[in-house]
Design a protein around this ligand. Structure first.
Ligand code: ADP
Length: 427
């Protein structure tokens, strides 16, 4: 190694100002062209070194700055990811975030609950296998469409009607989020729509039957029976009966809709059931007399009052006691027993001695228009809405309706109601 090289390396190790000071302070300038050449070479090296040192220092500075920033950025990103996860979990709709290769990047709590497992990192088919959803996902992931909505059924213990809404995300990292799939459960809405359609069909049918009969009788009275006084009387009586039937039906429908309209407001009156029961028995006397049945009311006079709506409770017991008359055995006794139940409730049982109700019908009796024997119910003037009304009234009172029946022995309808507690609002 030449002394010049050694100098150059020595200079390399010195800071730039020191190199310049040495160069300026030497008498190399006076040493002739060789010395000048060496000096210029040294100067060039020194300047290069200075630039390099500058860059290195800058890099070190940036590097150290980046470290601090990186740490901050890392903390910020983790917090952000945590918040995103929390937000996604708080969304009540089942939701999946998909990667471009269709694998699940994130599954929120609702979809994990729905599926019963966490499909994270698995292919979409681990969560949803429906071919239309898979095809729609492929189209969204390929960027062919921005969004797709697919309605599909999901089998299982209970079949669900679901809507999958897929939205593509702007292209980013290959393993980053590429699409979001949100499910909406339409099962209850579909069921409610079906029930409404059934209800409208039932009401129309119930009204059409008496209307058709009335129109038919009017035609007969105008035509073949025009001059038949006896037939006229008979037909008019039948028309009156059909008219009353429609009036009863419309009355029950109105009651039902009124009860349902305020089902969520709690009644506030103090009602003594032991006063209501004899009133209802008196109102039903004409019907009871026809069937030669008698009411036996057994109610403790010190029965506590219930928090209720007196008119609605009267209607509920009227429906139950009227049914006992309609479906009870001729000449039998209908017992109505009111007693305390538990610490803070009373139970009222209407016990008849009818034919009883086959067990398979019991869970459906409170459905609107459900009858065990349609023809029999109609011939007895029933609308098929009595027990539905009872059930809604009892629900509004935060009570329970229990039905027990034994074929050949009779049926017992028990209404349990909470007692009014002084000064304490029931929740
Ligand atoms: P309906 O107007 O037909 O009496 P409800 O809603 O009151 O309508 O009752 C529904 C059905 O439940 C009746 O059609 C009848 O089949 C059955 N049912 C109700 N109460 C009794 C009872 N006490 N004994 C036997 N069957 C009853």
């Amino acid at each position: 190694m030449s002394p010049l090289d050694r100098t150059a390396i020595g200079l390399l190790l010195l800071p730039v100002p020191a190199v310049l000071a040495i160069l300026v302070g030497t008498d190399a300038l006076a040493a002739g062209p060789a010395a000048i050449g060496a000096l210029s070479a040294l100067g060039g090296i020194a300047l290069g070194v200075a630039r390099l040192r500058g860059r290195l220092a800058e890099a070190r500075q940036i590097e150290s700055l980046n470290e601090a920033e990186l740490h901050e950025e890392f903390v910020r990103q983790s917090r952000l990811a945590e918040s995103y996860e929390m937000i996604l979990d708080a969304i009540p709709e089942p939701l999946l975030v998909l990667r471009r290769d269709r694998r699940v990047l994130h599954a929120n709590r609702a979809i994990v609950d729905l599926l019963g497992h966490d499909p994270i990192d698995a292919d979409l088919t681990a969560a949803i296998r429906h071919p239309e959803v898979i095809a729609a996902t492929a189209a969204v992931l390929a960027g062919q469409v921005e969004a797709r909505t697919i309605e599909f059924q999901r089998g299982g213990a209970i079949e669900q009607s679901l809507v999958a809404r897929l939205v593509g995300l702007p292209k980013g990292r290959t393993d980053g989020p590429a699409a979001v799939l949100v499910l909406h459960d339409l099962t209850l809405i579909r069921k409610a729509m079906e029930m409404r359609a059934d209800f409208v069909a039932n009401v129309s049918h119930e009204l059409r039957t008496p209307l058709t009969a009335i129109v038919g009788m009017i035609e007969t009275l105008r035509g073949p029976a025009k001059k038949d006084a006896e037939a006229r009387e008979r037909f008019l009586a039948m028309m009156e009966e059909q008219g009353s039937r429609m009036t009863r039906l419309v009355g029950d429908l109105l009651s039902l809709s009124q009860i349902q309209a305020n089902e969520h407001t709690r009644p506030t009156d103090s009602v003594r059931i032991q006063d209501i029961l004899p009133t209802v028995a008196r109102m039903l006397e004409p019907h009871a007399e026809k069937k030669k049945v008698a009411f036996a009311i057994e109610a403790d006079s010190d029965l506590p009052a219930v928090l209720g709506d007196a008119d609605q409770l009267q209607q509920a017991f009227q429906n139950l006691m009227h049914n006992a008359v309609k479906y009870g055995r001729d000449g039998s006794v209908i017992r109505v027993v009111a007693r305390r139940e538990g610490g803070d409730g009373i139970a009222v049982s209407v016990i008849d001695q009818g034919e009883g109700i086959p067990e398979q019908h019991l869970p459906r009796l409170t459905e609107r228009f459900y009858r065990v024997d349609k023809a029999r119910s109609r011939s007895l003037g029933g609308t098929g809405l009595g027990l539905a009304i009872v059930k809604h009234i009892v629900t509004r009172h935060q009570g329970r309706l229990a039905i027990e029946s034994e074929i050949g022995v009779g049926s017992t309808f028990t209404v349990s109601l909470p007692v009014k507690r002084e000064g304490i609002a029931r929740d």
